[in-house]
Design a protein around this ligand. Structure first.
Ligand code: 5CA
Length: 442
């Protein structure tokens, strides 16, 4: 991709409206454009990151046995009247009428709709367990949208919904999503800690928020230092083995971890002071078991092995991919800009031609773009006529893992310079070796 043909509207000045670093950097790096309060366009660079995040989420949802669908954003109010939530939801729900004056709404979540899908097609316990998910835009008319895509009104959510015959089945489904979340957050480069969350009227202990620690987090959180040493389960985890999955969940729920709403001063006091971590956190995921709340209200049942009808036991599992983009930046940046973890970086490398118009530099940069692409490296070729200093600043700002620098002196010596964005380390490499080096770089 040639930068001269791309849309990368870099801002030199810090935008005044941005209160936190991720919002500032996303605006400055030309990733997003605000369209209204809490609503954003994802510009090309932002969309690339979002696509990478979604790809990882999908792989891990599928690995854990969830099946992707895509439900509409606009929902009929009638479904929500069945569950009783149409009146309960309040002003956060954006309501509208169609030309026939039917009440509609822009979905803030999909429990009702997915329950309707389930009851239309599934009749027997033999078709369970079932977990359906989608990645779709939501709208919540938040009182105070702020911090860019971190707390917006229109945002993307991956929401999964599990259906099981009984509580034990639902718990196993919950555990699979729990482990899937550990893997997902690790793969996008975050250390997320599962914290007990309020289960509301349902009770029980099956609700967790996945929190990453960041100074700008909206909630106050408390956890045991041991979390930082726990191993995230590998890609070979067997999601069909309920007892193995349950052991992983046990290990990840044993040390103390709670948000301020669930904080227990007595349990906290029993932890050695040096093991206590009190910090601020960002909620990047939330999983929840709610039993038969919707299946009873909406009559979603299956015939069990006993020949009787059973209301299915359900759970829902959310991740905010647009919020994740911001959370990753909160966790990974420096004074010069973003530092993307490789797995979610918009490009693998920026190729900087320091002297466009110079015949040799142009030739080498053109060839490197081809070689890098052929080696599987996604490269943004800065062929613009900006000053070299501005190009370096842009490359640092957008946080792509590698920079390949082509200048007249290096070209004369048959070399290009490679810079690692995270460590700042620079090395000179023979031009012919650049593609092989970066093509195999982690
Ligand atoms: N139905 C349940 C689970 S599917 C649900 O809606 N849960 S939630 O309200 O906790 O949202 C799930 C995830 O969406 C959150 O963990 C967060 O990552 C993301 N999210 C929620 N509200 C916003 C918002 N205003 N802006 C950006 N992301 C949000």
């Amino acid at each position: 991709m040639r930068l001269s043909r791309y849309l990368l509207p870099i801002l030199k000045e810090n935008p005044r409206e941005a209160e936190i670093v991720s919002h500032r950097l996303m605006l400055r790096a030309g990733m997003i454009k605000q369209q209204a309060a809490g609503s954003f366009t994802l510009l090309p660079l932002g969309l690339r990151v979002l696509d990478k995040i979604n790809h990882i989420i999908r792989e891990e949802q599928n690995r854990a046995g969830a099946i992707e669908i895509l439900m509409p954003t606009i929902q009929s109010a009638d479904l929500w009247r069945e569950s009783g939530r149409y009146d309960d939801y309040g002003k956060e729900m954006l309501r509208m009428q169609d030309r026939h004056e039917r009440d509609m709404l822009f979905g803030p979540t999909n429990e009702e709709m997915v329950t309707d899908i389930f009851r239309s097609f599934v009749r027997s316990y033999k078709d369970l367990p079932l977990n359906l998910y989608h990645i779709q835009w939501k709208f919540r008319d938040e009182v105070r949208p702020r911090f860019g895509v971190m707390r917006s009104r229109e945002f993307l959510m991956k929401d999964a919904y599990s259906f099981d015959l009984d509580y034990d089945g639902a718990k196993a489904a919950y555990n699979r999503m729990f482990v899937s979340y550990l893997r997902t957050f690790e793969r996008v480069g975050l250390q997320a800690i599962p914290m007990r969350a309020d289960t509301g009227p349902i009770g029980g202990d099956l609700s967790h928020e996945f929190i990453i620690l960041a100074e700008t987090g909206e909630s106050e959180v408390f956890c045991h230092r041991n979390y930082f040493d726990l191993q995230v389960p590998g890609a070979d985890t067997n999601f069909s083995d309920d007892s193995h999955i349950s052991e992983i969940v046990d290990a990840w729920t044993k040390p103390y971890a709670a948000t301020d709403e669930m904080h227990d001063e007595r349990a906290w006091g029993e932890i050695a002071a040096t093991d206590r971590v009190a910090a601020r956190g960002i909620e990047v995921g939330h999983i929840f078991h709610f039993g038969t709340k919707y299946s009873e209200a909406m009559n979603a049942s299956v015939t069990g092995p006993d020949g009787k009808e059973h209301f299915v036991s359900m759970g829902s599992y959310g991740i905010g991919p647009t919020r994740l983009m911001a959370a990753i930046i909160e966790a990974s940046h420096d004074e010069n800009g973003i530092i993307w973890p490789g797995a979610v970086a918009p490009f693998d490398a920026v190729l900087i031609n320091m002297k466009p118009g110079d015949e040799k530099c142009d030739r080498v940069a053109g060839r490197l773009e081809q070689d890098l692409t052929a080696a599987g490296c996604d490269v943004l070729h800065d062929d613009t006529d900006q000053r070299a200093g501005a190009k370096f600043a842009t490359a640092d700002l957008i946080g792509v893992p590698w920079q390949v620098i082509v200048g007249p002196r290096g070209v004369g010596a048959g070399e290009a310079e490679i810079k690692n964005r995270a460590s700042g380390e620079r090395i000179a490499v023979p031009i012919a070796d650049v593609a092989a080096r970066l093509g195999s770089a982690p």
